[in-house]
Design a protein. Structure first.
Length: 224
């Protein structure tokens, strides 16, 4: 190990990041306001291409309209759309919220299912959304990869970053499953506060400087 390369392997970098991020963020509150697995599912769906802050401004009115699958299934897409419009992609999201609510009532007794396969069968629910629900609602080890995690994993040379599926698989190999649920939130928090898309180029924030003190060229990351 040299001063120029203090963490020469992915495993060494992962171990340092795991320790340091836990020190920086000992608490990992879920950024999306919710009451239960269903309201979390809806909030995560709304967060696609939208900030958590904006979602949290919208969901109080939405959940006042309906906060159970049974209630939401009785609402019209137009009613839902009128509330969620600020989140972007509103017509599609409103349709998905109503359709998944109806499916939860018809197929799952009004309960959010606890498997990836069943969650990903729901309208508007992809693997990332399912992973967030499995991790944060049910405590199942999962590693949802959003744009922050995809960007930082590349800057920290934890993955080649060709696509989010590869990033997720690479991160799962590097970190113990018991840490995944808290760690993915810690990386998101750090990516928002310190290693931002434009505020850090791979040489500015604490962790980039610690991992790569000899780095002299900005890191170009591949988008998810």
């Amino acid at each position: 190990m040299s001063a120029a390369e203090p963490f020469p392997t992915r495993e060494a970098r992962a171990a340092h990041l795991d320790r340091r991020l836990a020190e920086l963020y000992p608490q990992t509150p879920i950024p999306l306001d919710h009451r239960d697995a269903y309201t979390l599912l809806v909030a995560v769906l709304l967060s696609a291409q939208c900030t958590d802050k904006r979602v949290n401004l919208v969901t109080p009115a939405l959940f006042a309209l309906a906060d159970t699958p049974e209630e939401m299934a009785r609402r019209s897409v137009a009613e839902i759309n009128a509330i969620v419009r600020p989140c972007g992609l509103a017509p599609r999201k409103a349709q998905a919220i109503r359709d998944l609510s109806q499916l939860l009532v018809e197929k799952h007794g009004g309960q959010v299912p606890r498997t990836f396969a069943e969650l990903e069968e729901l309208p508007g629910v992809g693997h990332k959304t399912a992973s967030v629900v499995m991790a944060q609602a049910f405590g199942f080890p999962a590693f949802p990869v959003d744009t922050h995690i995809h960007r930082l994993a590349q800057r920290w040379k934890l993955t080649a970053g060709k696509h989010v599926e590869q990033t997720e698989a690479d991160l799962k190999k590097l970190f113990p499953p018991a840490h995944w649920n808290a760690l993915h939130l810690r990386i998101i928090f750090y990516g928002r506060e310190h290693c931002t898309a434009h505020g850090c180029d791979g040489m500015t924030c604490e962790l980039c400087r610690t991992l790569f003190p000899a780095r002299r060229r900005a890191v170009k990351t591949k988008k998810a």
